[in-house]
Design a protein. Structure first.
Length: 508
C-alpha cells in the first residue's frame, strides 16, 4: 500500500502541465532520433544532457525516460520498413517486420510493434513498481557461470532456428565471433586482429556492425537485383490490425514481458538476449510456422513487447543498485551523478519524489507513445512508396551519418562499407545475418564471463557448470541440439505405423 500511495504521488508530480510537456517532447525526440540508423536513445540522452542543466532533476529524467522508450520504438520502425536496425535490440524486428512490409503489410507490422511496446512497457513498469527491490536482490546472486550459460543458450537458440541449414547458422555465428574478437584483450591488453591499426584497438562498435550487415548489405543486395526487377513501390496496405492479426498477436504481447523484464533486471546485456529468445519461443509455439521468415506477425509482436519490458527491467538495477545494464541506463546514471544524486539502495528513501515521479512518467510516456505512433503507422509505412533507388540512397546516407556519429572517425565509414560487403556476401551464399549480430553483441561479454568463471575455479572446467541455474540452462541447450535428430526419427516411425499391412483393405 505504501508503494501505491507513493506511485499516486508520483502521478500527481508527473501530470503537471510542464512535466507532461517534457514527457511528450522526450517521446517525440526519441522516436525521431531512433528512426535514424545508429543514432539511438543512448546518444540522444547524451546529446541532450547539456541542455537540461537549467531543468529541475525530475523534469529532466521524465524527458529522458520518454527518449528511452521513444528511441526503442523508432529503432523498430526502420527495422520493419527498411530492414535497417536503429539499435542492436531492434535487429529482431527486421526478421518478420520487413517481410510483412514487402507484402504491403508495413502498417500492420508497425501497429503490432506499437501495441507490443505499450503492453510490454505497462507490464514491465508495473513489475518495476511492485518487485524492483526483490528482483534486484536476486540478481546480485547470479554469477559468471550463469551469465555464460544464458549467452550460450542465446547462441544455440538463434543458430538453430535461423535459415534452412544449421551449418550456415553456425558459420554466420563464427563470422560474428571473429568480428567480436577485434580489439584489445580485456584481460591481458594484447591486440587481437587489429593488423597494427590503432583505430581497431577499441574494437568495432556494434552499431557499425549492425548497420553495415543490415543496411549496407541490404542496399547492395537490392542494387544488384534492381535490373532484374521492376522496382515498383510497395503498397502500404490497410492502416489497422484486423481481427485475425489481433488473435495471433495477443498471446505474444503477453508472453514477451515475462521474458523481457527478468532479463532487463539482471546485468545480462539489456534487451538483446530476451528479444532473441522471445523470437525463438514464438517460432516454436506458433501455429503458422511456415510463415516465419516470410512475415509472421507473432515474430514482431512478441519481441517488441519483450524489448519494452526489458527497458523497464533495466531501471530496476539502475535505480536500486546503481548498476546500468544498457548504454542508455549508463548515460542516465551519469546524469544522476551530475545532479548530485547517487542511485542505490537508499535512493527510494532519499529521493522518493523523484523516483516515483520517474516511474509514473514511464506509464504516461508509454500511453503517449501509443497515442502518437499508432495513428502515424500508415504515414511511416508510406516510406515504402518512395522509389527504391532513392529510398536506398537515403538509407546509405543515414547509415553513414549514424556510423560516423558513433565515433566521429572517417575510419568508421570504411569499416561500415567493408562490413556491408560481408553482409552482401552472406546474403549471396544464404547465410542468416542474425547469428552474426548476436555473436558480435554477446561474444566479448561471454568470453569475459567464461574466463572469470575459470579464474574462480582455478582453471577447472567444472567451474562453468557448478550452479543449479547453469546446469538447468545447459540442459535446455542440449534439448535444442538433440531435438532435430529425434524429430527426424519420429515421422519415420509414425509413417511405418500408418503403412497398411499386407492384405489389409484400404479405403480410397
Amino acid at each position: 500500500m505504501d508503494s501505491l500511495s507513493l506511485l499516486l504521488d508520483g502521478f500527481a508530480t508527473a501530470l503537471t502541465p510542464m512535466n507532461l510537456l517534457w514527457a511528450a517532447i522526450g517521446v517525440l525526440l526519441g522516436t525521431a532520433i531512433g528512426v535514424l540508423p545508429g543514432i539511438g536513445p543512448a546518444m540522444a540522452v547524451a546529446l541532450l544532457l547539456p541542455l537540461t542543466y537549467s531543468l529541475e532533476p525530475t523534469s529532466a529524467f521524465i524527458m529522458f525516460a520518454g527518449i528511452y522508450f521513444g528511441g526503442m520504438f523508432g529503432g523498430s520502425t526502420t527495422s520493419i520498413l527498411l530492414n535497417t536496425p536503429g539499435e542492436s535490440f531492434s535487429v529482431v524486428a527486421a526478421l518478420e517486420g520487413n517481410p510483412m512490409a514487402r507484402k504491403g503489410r508495413g502498417a500492420q507490422a508497425l501497429a503490432a510493434a506499437a501495441i507490443g511496446h505499450f503492453i510490454g512497457a505497462i507490464i514491465g513498469i508495473t513489475l518495476l513498481a511492485l518487485l524492483g527491490p526483490t528482483i534486484a536482490g536476486l540478481a546480485v546472486n547470479i554469477g559468471a557461470p550463469d551469465f555464460l550459460a544464458i549467452m550460450v543458450l542465446a547462441f544455440i537458440a538463434v543458430t538453430s532456428v535461423m535459415g534452412a541449414s544449421r551449418l550456415r547458422g553456425f558459420a554466420s555465428l563464427l563470422i560474428g565471433l571473429t568480428i567480436g574478437l577485434i580489439g584489445l584483450d580485456q584481460m591481458t591488453g594484447q591486440q587481437r586482429l587489429t593488423f597494427g591499426l590503432l583505430h581497431l584497438a577499441d574494437g568495432i562498435d556494434v552499431v557499425v556492425v549492425a548497420v553495415g550487415l543490415f543496411a549496407i548489405g541490404e542496399a547492395l543486395w537490392v542494387a544488384a537485383h534492381l535490373r532484374r526487377t521492376s522496382g515498383e513501390p510497395i503498397p502500404v496496405g490497410r492502416p489497422w490490425l484486423g481481427a485475425a492479426d489481433v488473435r495471433r498477436s495477443w498471446k505474444p504481447w503477453l508472453r514477451g514481458p515475462l521474458i523481457g523484464f527478468p532479463f532487463g533486471a539482471i546485468p545480462a546485456g539489456g534487451a538483446e538476449i530476451p528479444t532473441f529468445l522471445s523470437y525463438v519461443a514464438e517460432r516454436k509455439l506458433s501455429k503458422h510456422k511456415d510463415e516465419f521468415g516470410n512475415g509472421a506477425i507473432e515474430g514482431v509482436a512478441g519481441p517488441e513487447a519483450t524489448a519494452s519490458a526489458s527497458a523497464a527491467g533495466t531501471m530496476v538495477s539502475m535505480l536500486t543498485l546503481g548498476l546500468p545494464t544498457t548504454a542508455t541506463a549508463a548515460v542516465m546514471l551519469a546524469a544522476f551523478q551530475q545532479y548530485g544524486i547517487q542511485p542505490g539502495p537508499l535512493l527510494f528513501a532519499r529521493e522518493s519524489e523523484l523516483v516515483w515521479a520517474l516511474i509514473a512518467s514511464m506509464f504516461i510516456g508509454s500511453v503517449l507513445l501509443l497515442v502518437l505512433n499508432l495513428p502515424l503507422a500508415p504515414v511511416w509505412a508510406k516510406l515504402l512508396q518512395i522509389p527504391r533507388p532513392y529510398l536506398y540512397a537515403g538509407i546509405l546516407f543515414f547509415a553513414s551519418v549514424g556510423a560516423y556519429a558513433v565515433g566521429g572517425e572517417p575510419m568508421d565509414l570504411l569499416l561500415l562499407f567493408v562490413i556491408g560487403l560481408i553482409g552482401f556476401a552472406m546474403r549471396r551464399y544464404g547465410l542468416p545475418v542474425l547469428p552474426a549480430i548476436i555473436a558480435v553483441i554477446l561474444g566479448p561479454t561471454s568470453e569475459q564471463q567464461m574466463r572469470r568463471a575459470l579464474q574462480i575455479s582455478d582453471g577447472s572446467l567444472s567451474g562453468l557448470v557448478n550452479t543449479p541455474f547453469s546446469i538447468a540452462v545447459y540442459c535446455i541447450v542440449a534439448v535444442i541440439l538433440v531435438w532435430p535428430l529425434l524429430a527426424r526419427l519420429l515421422p519415420k516411425r509414425e509413417a511405418n505405423l500408418q503403412e497398411p499391412q499386407e492384405g489389409e483393405k484400404v479405403d480410397v
